[in-house]
Design a protein around this ligand. Structure first.
Ligand code: FES
Ligand SMILES: [Fe+2]
Length: 384
């Protein structure tokens, strides 16, 4: 047998699975609605491979500490708020928002080194964020979350949902560039698709049409959804805002969609999404509330569709791409900036780059498929 004989194995693509990293991304991570944390109780948040306690002090300022008490390991999130401190349920040690033990009611003095880890918290546009940095530094001044929506009466209250997903959170990041899955998984049809990466922001600009073979409409009383326009941007590794306009046959609905997550561990993350709709003359408060219910419903279905794929797929470091796929490798290089020390961030990770996909071939193929599906469905109806 000659050494140069090639086997079938030389010609097939081998998947490099890699391993989910145990280091979590540096950045602001949204923990949900501020109001949910301001009920006078400590809250437990499992994140970044540990457990946090989130509570509001007497001024209503959100404080975040390690949940595990430095005394004997009690869980502060099971304790109670006493004044500005969270009291451990095990022996009542009181931990203030700076992570200092302020009082031990049964002790003559507090040990001078009684300090626990405090996490930087930020409240912005009714949402709570926690800063995570494996190097232990505060955020650079330019690393922030930009204004989310005009905080006035024009917009409906956030409708907010959370779900746990049993996979590494890079899967949801990949979505940013994955044009084709919107057709196959989410029953949409992107007709325009562009990504821009710059600094800590990654943008996905998209226009799409509804798939008539899937999204049925037979009641002329009900507004018919024709498609959407969306400009979505990740601000850092985990928080995406989406200016999303739904185009109906009789009006357009402006909405703000938040899609964010925080890692629980290497193989688990909490996915959260929220929506708020702009009230207009055509979309007064009552209709806006109804539309929001419907939207949160199908956005939820959308994430469940993704989750079903993630549950069964493998991690893949070397995706095999065709020309009509988005820039997965560039996206991952952008994401890498959050996973290395600040000193190791390279210019390639943060430089501006733009990728507009040519959607002409996909749209041609998809329109033909939709037409064929519609014809088949019409045939099936006739036979009934
Ligand atoms: S373990 Fe928390 S007070 Fe003892
Ligand atoms: Fe998706």
């Amino acid at each position: 047998m000659s050494m140069s004989a090639s086997t079938e194995l030389d010609e097939i693509r081998i998947i490099e699975q890699g391993v989910p990293p145990t280091r979590f991304a540096r950045g602001w991570h949204c923990l949900g609605l501020a109001r949910d944390y301001k009920d006078g109780k400590p809250h437990s948040v499992e994140a970044f491979g540990t457990k946090l306690v989130v509570f509001a002090d007497s001024m209503g300022d959100i404080k975040i500490l390690d949940a595990y008490c430095r005394h004997m390991g009690g869980d502060l999130s099971q304790g109670v708020i006493k004044g500005d401190a969270v009291a451990c349920p095990f022996h009542d040690w009181r931990w203030d928002g700076n992570g200092k033990c302020a009082d031990i009611p049964y002790a003559r003095r507090v040990p001078p080194l009684a300090r626990t880890r405090r996490w930087l918290a930020m409240e912005k546009d009714e949402l709570i964020f926690v800063w995570h940095d494996p190097e232990g530094n505060p955020p650079a001044p330019d690393v922030t979350i930009s204004e989310i929506r005009t905080p006035d009466a024009e917009w409906t209250e956030w409708e907010w949902k959370a779900l746990e997903i049993d996979t590494n959170c890079r899967e949801i990041i990949d979505n940013v560039v994955d044009m084709a899955h919107f057709y196959y998984v989410h029953y949409g049809m992107p007709t325009y698709f562009k990504n821009v990466f710059e600094g800590h922001v990654a943008i996905q600009e998209q226009r799409g049409e509804s798939r008539e073979d899937v999204v049925k409409w037979d009641d002329p009383e009900i507004p018919r959804l024709l498609g959407n326009r969306s400009v979505a941007a990740y601000h850092g590794p985990s928080f995406m805002t989406d200016d999303l306009v739904y185009i109906y046959d009789r009006y357009e609905v402006e909405s703000m969609l938040i899609n964010c997550h925080y890692p629980v561990g290497p193989d688990k993350f909490v996915l959260m999404y929220g929506i708020s709709i702009k009230k207009t003359e055509q979309v007064p408060a009552e209709i806006a509330e109804q539309l929001m219910e419907a939207m949160i419903g199908y956005i939820g279905i959308g994430f469940e569709q993704d989750a079903e794929i993630w549950k069964n797929k493998t991690r893949i470091e070397n995706p095999l791409l065709c020309e009509e796929d988005g820039p997965v490798y560039q996206l991952r290089r952008w994401y890498e900036q959050f996973c290395v020390d600040v000193a190791d961030v390279t210019p390639e990770m943060v430089q501006r780059s733009e990728f507009e996909l040519d959607t002409s071939r996909p749209v041609e193929a998809w329109k033909a498929e939709v037409a064929a599906n519609l014809a088949r469905q019409a045939g099936e109806e006739e036979r009934v």
